[in-house]
Design a protein around this ligand. Structure first.
Ligand SMILES: [Zn+2]
Length: 405
């Protein structure tokens, strides 16, 4: 399947949201029409995630007051049109920077980057409320597929045809694994379509320099695009799946899932700003009049969290996921490496033992083993050991059931 065909597939799957012509970059929620609730009412749901109300935000110098953003939501069809023109003009599915490392941390080996990503995935997973249990192995690999486009320019074609492997796993292995973990085919289809949309939007953002200026300084439009590139929607659906909760009225239509996916990204931004690592990012969401744009983002965050105070249990359960950026950012190696001048923390021996089961030793290049050893973290660990090393969760390297290399 070509990149263009992938785009057409997700366009059919997602359809339009509240903005005509926005498929596949649709949203159910119209952010600008979300009505603030009383800032002084305790929601009763504060045990689920951090309650950081609009009224409390000015207590923190890194936050402050809020302001409703001007509505730019109806510019999404123009973004869709721009992407479709790019696809028409670039039918070859090849770009000179495909598979280039974009982590910004002086990485030189794509498999090593994948290992760091796996570390990050498990770190996110714990903060989102998940456990490191074997039953969620392929859900965690899914999150890894959702994280890798941040750090590598992953070509959609290579992802789709299986040329690209994450630590030896193809996307097909992962999809089969999700089914074996008990997710229903329609839920797997939903998270797969979310992942395709993410890979495509991430790719366009990297290969088409004319895209970012269309979004810049437009809070609601930018937020909506960047949430697609983060695929927190698919990840939110997986977090619910670990609690045996399917996304409500079918994932695509689910408002709570959407609010949680937006808030997750914005809680991360607020915490990054507190650490001083948001400013200057290539795709920085508040580039321009930062002070004003940050006020607008906080307004959107507050509205999305209020949405999760709604009555159904599922929305409550998503509050922890939605507010998790506030506590995972200051804890995680991924962000502390940025604070540390973008220099990598070596994988420790204990980390390597946790990560080893996620490597499919049948197809991962030997360079990874070399990298681990060279990093000084693992001494004398050879490829076989990486593949079958005693694990913290009782799995072998190929997951609950072996997959063909
Ligand atoms: Zn709007």
């Amino acid at each position: 399947m070509t990149t263009k065909q992938m785009w057409e597939t997700i366009k059919r799957y997602f359809g339009d949201g509240h903005v005509p012509g926005s498929a596949p970059l649709r949203y159910n929620i119209h952010i600008c029409e979300m009505i603030p609730s009383s800032p002084f009412t305790a929601s009763g749901s504060s045990r689920y995630g951090i309650e950081l109300s609009e009224a409390a935000m000015p207590l923190y110098s890194v936050l402050g007051d809020t302001c409703p953003p001007p509505c730019t939501c109806f510019e999404m069809p123009a973004v869709v049109k721009h992407i479709e023109e790019w696809l028409e003009n670039n039918p070859d599915d090849i770009h000179p920077d495909d598979m280039a490392i974009t982590s910004g941390k002086n990485d030189t080996d794509a498999d090593e980057v994948s290992l760091f990503i796996m570390r990050d995935v498990l770190s996110w997973w714990v903060h989102w409320g998940g456990a490191l249990r074997p039953e969620d192995y392929w859900k965690q690999i899914y999150v890894a597929f959702a994280a890798i486009p941040d750090d590598i320019q992953l070509s959609p074609a290579a992802f789709f045809d299986g040329t690209y492997r994450f630590l030896g796993h193809t996307w097909n292995d992962c999809r089969e694994g999700l089914l074996k973990e008990g997710m229903t085919p329609d839920k797997v289809e939903f998270v797969e379509m979310c992942l395709w949309r993410q890979i495509l939007t991430q790719y366009f953002e990297k290969v088409d320099p004319a895209l970012y200026p269309l979004l810049k300084s437009k809070t609601t439009l930018m937020t909506q695009y960047r949430v697609h590139t983060g695929n927190t929607l698919g990840c939110a659906a997986l977090v619910l799946a670990t609690m045996d909760m399917a996304p409500g009225v079918e994932g695509v239509q689910d408002h709570a899932l959407e609010a949680a996916s937006i808030a997750q990204c914005l809680s991360m931004d607020m915490a990054k700003e507190a650490l001083g690592i948001l400013k200057g990012e290539k795709t920085e969401t508040v580039a321009g009049n930062r002070v004003q744009l940050k006020r607008e983002l906080r307004w959107v965050y507050a509205r999305c969290m209020e949405q999760l105070n709604a009555h159904e249990e599922q929305a409550f359960l998503l509050r922890r996921f939605a507010s998790a950026g506030l506590h995972y950012v200051p804890m995680m190696d991924r962000y502390l490496e940025r604070v540390n001048g973008n220099s990598r923390f070596p994988i420790t021996e204990l980390q390597a033992k946790i990560l080893a089961p996620f490597i499919n030793s049948r197809s991962v290049p030997p360079s990874l083993n070399k990298t681990l050893v060279l990093s000084g973290a693992v001494s004398g660990m050879n490829m076989d050991e990486l593949g079958i090393v005693g694990t913290t969760n009782g799995l072998n390297a190929n997951g609950p059931e072996s997959v063909e290399a």
